[in-house]
Write a new protein. Structure first.
Length: 111
């Protein structure tokens, strides 16, 4: 397990997505890649592949709900993944205490 938290709204949204056809074995994968307007960007994917350096963010017994990788974990340690619903938009958001700056849309950050 990691020191990354998953809010109840994020967990609920992942479980809703998994209840759709062909998603029952999938989990949310959060990665950090170079890019975006602030230097690094968050990548959210539905995945079912197990990789060698996977770290579990959240599980329910053997049922994995969210994962990251060991490199990304260094950038998001202590973060909370949330699911936000606003007028006209809904999205996963990372509340990252390690970020020294964020872009306006929240998709990229710098450390």
């Amino acid at each position: 397990m990691t020191n990354i938290n998953l809010s109840q709204s994020a967990k609920n949204r992942i479980l809703e997505i998994r209840n759709q056809a062909d998603n029952s074995k999938k989990f949310l994968r959060l990665s950090v890649k170079g890019g975006g307007c602030s230097g690094f960007q968050y990548i959210f994917e539905l995945d079912e592949k197990n990789l060698e350096d996977d770290l579990i963010i959240c599980s329910n017994g053997d049922d994995v709900i969210a994962k990251t990788d060991s490199i990304s974990q260094q950038f998001i340690d202590g973060s909370t993944i949330d699911f936000v619903e606003e007028l006209g938009a809904s999205y996963f958001k990372v509340n990252n205490p390690n970020a020294s700056a964020n872009c306006g849309c929240g998709a990229s950050f710098s450390v």
